[in-house]
Design a protein around this ligand. Structure first.
Ligand SMILES: *[C@@H]1O[C@H](CO)[C@@H](O)[C@H](O)[C@H]1NC(C)=O
Ligand SMILES: *[C@@H]1O[C@H](CO)[C@@H](O)[C@H](O)[C@H]1NC(C)=O
Length: 337
């Protein structure tokens, strides 16, 4: 199977690409893969859903076409591509790891390798630690397996795939249970558990916000150095930066539609007009989506029917009225005149 097809399969997962690509994959893929294909696809899909969530109010909002663009177009070694790679790689690792803990596969389970050992003061390892080693291996096998090249772009993708997997590890949490006479908690057993996927998504979004640009341009020609002057990101990066996302090319501003770049533009997008309760990223929503792109904010009011005046009646029903409620939404629109 060709890499782009498999990538489509991985990222669009079960939605619509899978129907043909799963069977395609099953026929030609190495046998060892078979057990995991569905879970791998689900994992990549959950990564993409998380991408959509994390970028819902950004100019670039993780559109479906970005997934193909990121492998097919040459102009795509941007920080958005780095996020897509990291989150799908993390999603695969996460899902496979969970599958192991749930006993979904015969050949893996909880990581109990240190159970019984003292972990720290007053606690010992015990219980079902999520087996991230296994999930990591499978993610590497599938997601890294898509990179055939050895150029800077391929190395960038591999680096970001790895950063995604490291994010799964970095966000793991120790969870403990008390033991001892009547819950005195004199002894605790603890195990390592995956964080919520949402938390992992937030972690990677923060990595995206401060992603590093790798300089790969030709270095000034030097005598005796006629070799291609490209530095590959993986080689250029010190080890302490391995958890960071890297990119090679600056992104467009994503304001205006540009079909050849696969950019949809922000005209017509709904934006959030920063209320007090808005989350930090949302507060600047309309300005960033519309104003900074030369668009105006259009207010549209509508009415919806919603439950109201609800009261509890003994016993045990809740009765509500249907009320009309005014809803105001904001959209980016072309300037008048
Ligand atoms: C792996 O877990 C996902 C949900 O997290 C589930 O939908 C899928 O069926 C599981 N895979 C197997 C082989 O059970
Ligand atoms: C789309 O982007 C490319 C690359 O930046 C640029 O050369 C081209 O002019 C743009 N097209 C439009 C319609 O803006």
């Amino acid at each position: 199977m060709q890499a782009p097809q498999l990538f489509t399969f991985l990222t669009l997962g079960v939605c619509y690409a899978a129907a043909w690509s799963v069977s395609n994959f099953l026929m030609t893929g190495p046998k060892a893969y078979l057990t995991y294909t569905t879970s791998v696809a689900l994992g990549a899909q959950s990564g993409i859903e998380e991408c959509k969530f994390q970028f819902a109010w950004e100019r670039w909002n993780c559109p479906e076409n970005a997934l193909q663009i990121s492998t097919h177009s040459r102009l795509s070694a941007t920080r958005e591509t780095s996020f897509i790679h990291a989150i799908s790689s993390a999603g695969v690792m996460y899902t496979i790891t969970k599958n192991c803990s749930m006993g979904d596969f015969e050949n893996c389970g909880c990581d109990e390798s240190v159970n019984g050992k003292t972990g720290g003061h007053g606690w010992i390892w015990g219980g079902c630690s999520d087996n991230v080693d296994f999930g990591e291996r499978i993610s590497k096998l599938f997601v890294d397996g898509l990179e055939k090249g050895k150029d800077a772009r391929a190395l960038m993708n591999l680096h970001n795939n790895k950063a995604g997997r490291l994010a799964v590890r970095a966000t793991m949490k120790r969870t403990c249970k008390c033991h001892g006479i009547s819950g005195s908690c004199s002894v605790q057993t603890c195990w390592l558990q995956l964080a919520d996927f949402r938390e992992m998504g937030r972690y990677l979004k923060a990595k995206y916000d401060r992603a590093l640009k790798m300089e790969t341009g030709e270095r000034p020609a030097r005598a005796g150095n006629s070799a291609d002057g490209r530095r590959a990101p993986a080689e250029a990066l010190p080890a302490r930066l391995e958890t960071e996302l890297v990119f090679l090319e600056e992104s467009p501003d994503f304001c205006a539609r540009n079909a050849s770049l696969g950019v949809l533009g922000t005209e017509g997008r709904e934006c959030l007009q920063g209320g007090r309760e808005a989350a930090q990223g949302e507060r600047r929503g309309c300005r960033r989506l519309c104003g900074d792109c030369g668009l105006r904010v259009e207010e549209r009011r509508s009415e919806v029917l919603a439950s109201c005046n609800c009261r509890f009646q003994w016993c045990c029903v809740v009765r509500c009225d249907q009320c009309r409620q005014a809803v105001t939404k904001h959209y980016c629109a072309r300037p008048r005149g």
